[in-house]
Every structure is written in C-alpha cells, then in structure tokens.
Design a protein around this ligand. Structure first.
Ligand SMILES: [Zn+2]
Length: 318
C-alpha cells in the first residue's frame, strides 16, 4: 500500500467518524411530517416585511456564534454552531429574518443549515424554521413540543426528529447535547449544551439581569426551580437566554433567589388572608431585583403569575 493510499484511508475513516449524526433516546424518533400536511395554521405574526428589523450573527467563541433578531427589549436570540458539515441553528425566532440568517451563514461560511433545534414550543422562538426546513435542515424538538405546535396552530416547521429525555448530535466532529428539563416555562423545554465551548442555551427559563416575562406565561414553579438547579450543576460559562444578552451561572443563581423569595412572599400573604388587591402592594423586592431590566413593567405581572400558581396549588383551611 502506498503512503497516498494510507492517507486516503485515514482521511476516509476520519470523515466517517465525523459524519453528522443524531442519537435520540426514542426508538421511533422520526416524524411522518406528511401526516400533518394541510393542518390548520394561524397567521404568522413574525412573517411581515421587516427590512429595518435589526439582525446579527456574531462570534461567541471559536465556531460558536449567536444570532439575534429584533430591537431593544424585543430581541430574540439563539446559539449557532458553524462546522464544515453545515450549521446548527437554535430557534430562528422570526420568519422575516430566517432567510437572512440562512443566506448570511452561506455567504460567510459557505455551508447550509443542517440542523434546527427548538428550545420549546412557543411561536416567538421557533417561527422561521419552516424556511430552513424547506432549504434542507432537519428540525429537532422534544417530543412534548409536537402537541402544542399542532394544537396552537403555530405556523412553523413540524419537527423531523423527536427525543424524550436526551439527544446527542455530532456535527463536524463537535458534540451538541439536548436535554429535557422539568416543566418550567412550558412542558416542552430543551436545554442545549455545547460542551466544547462551556456554553448553554437556556431560553426563557434563564435570565440575564432581566425580569422574567409578564405573568410567567406557561408557568410551572417547581420545575423552574428544578431547572435552575440543573443549570447550576453544568460546567458552563456562557448562558444564552434567548433574549437580551448572554448571561452567567451567577445570573441564574440570582434569578433562583428571586423566584424562591417571590413564591414564599406570595404564599405567606395568601395564607394570611390577603386578597390580590392587598397582596400585590405588599410584596417586597430587593435592591438588586429593582435594578434588573424590565422591573417597572414586569414586577406586578410576575407577582400575578406567582399568585395564580400559589392559588392553584393550595387547599386552604377547609
Ligand atoms: Zn417561551
């Protein structure tokens, strides 16, 4: 065998080792998308013309990038892994910028989008995936995301592949780990770990010096705390929260303190017999929380969400 043949064989073996692959923990992980053709869809609120909409694709570290769409507090984001075998995009977020993201990846890196990962089944994060799927991307989600996508008539891509608890992707020799966490912000949450970069996608359950949104839409308190505890155990330095700017584990520890404190205060006030009209005036916020982005508009709504949760999870005296 000539040295050229040896090199060719080694190159071939390396290419085989690095071939893009998905390992789902579900035996029947492939979705028959044809079964859902013609399904009912709501109008796509992210599809309107948005030439002036800010958008970006910036390097985080090495081959790891972060895309954003939208301005100011309305910014949505997701991590993007660029490899020689194609890109992996988390949550395209808007139909009106998904085509730009696909073209930007092609223009700068000369690859297509191989995989799209959904963090959870909410339209403001997963819209636009249909554009990437039509261009050949494989869309991956937790199995619990399929029902709300259908039931809520979300006008995005039906996932191609599902998983139950864990799914591993190898792309360009790099590992991406998808993990289901407890119901927290929806029952379809997927955490996405990039071990080679100590980076985590923790959309909407994690915050970055920002208040959780509104009245906690699609909220499960216990699972939220469980998820933040899971985040605290991960070896990560960068946490993309799907909005604003990337965070650290210290930000998530502060968020956990806030959530536990808010829950305890609301529970104590309800147990003392206060009505909503009394209660929301008596919740106290720390100086740190008062400095978080969105405090003025969100703190009473956060209290309302917690009041609903507490009211639905106690029996009272009789
Ligand atoms: Zn959400």
């Amino acid at each position: 065998m000539t040295w050229k043949a040896v090199i060719f064989l080694l190159w071939g073996a390396a290419a085989v080792c690095q071939a893009a692959s998905i390992e789902s923990d579900m035996a029947d992980s492939i979705v028959d998308r044809a079964a859902y053709s013609g399904r009912a869809l709501l109008p796509d609120f992210t599809a309107g013309p948005c030439e002036a909409n800010p958008r970006s694709l910036d390097q985080v570290k090495g081959n790891l990038y972060r895309h954003t769409t939208g301005a100011g507090l309305a910014v949505h984001s997701g991590l993007v892994l660029i490899t020689g075998e194609g890109a992996l995009v988390i949550d395209p977020a808007m139909s009106c910028t998904a085509g730009w993201l696909r073209d930007e990846i092609a223009r700068r890196f000369h690859v297509g989008v191989t995989y799209v990962v959904y963090t959870h089944a909410h339209a403001d994060h997963i819209s636009g995936a249909q554009i990437l799927q039509q261009s050949g991307a494989i869309v991956i989600a937790n199995r619990r995301a399929l029902e709300p996508i259908l039931g809520e008539k979300i006008p995005t891509a039906i996932p191609d592949r599902l998983f139950d608890q864990d799914l591993k992707i190898v792309l360009g020799g790099e590992q991406v780990l998808l993990h289901r966490v407890a119901p927290s912000h929806s029952d379809s949450m997927t955490m996405v770990l990039f071990p080679g970069y100590k980076a985590l996608q923790c959309t909407d359950v994690c915050e970055s010096g920002t208040m959780p949104y509104n009245d906690f839409l699609d909220f499960y308190y216990d699972g939220w705390i469980e998820t933040l505890d899971w985040v605290s155990r991960q070896d990560v330095e960068i946490v993309d929260v799907g909005h604003y700017h990337p965070a650290t584990k210290a930000d998530e520890a502060a968020l956990r303190d806030y959530m536990v404190d808010l829950h305890q205060q609301v529970l104590d006030l309800v147990r003392s017999g206060q009505s909503w009209d009394q209660l929301y005036r008596n919740v106290r916020f720390s100086d740190e929380v008062r400095r978080w982005i969105g405090f003025d508009t969100m703190h009473t709504l956060n209290t309302l969400g917690m009041y609903r949760w507490v009211s639905n999870h106690r029996r009272g005296e009789w």
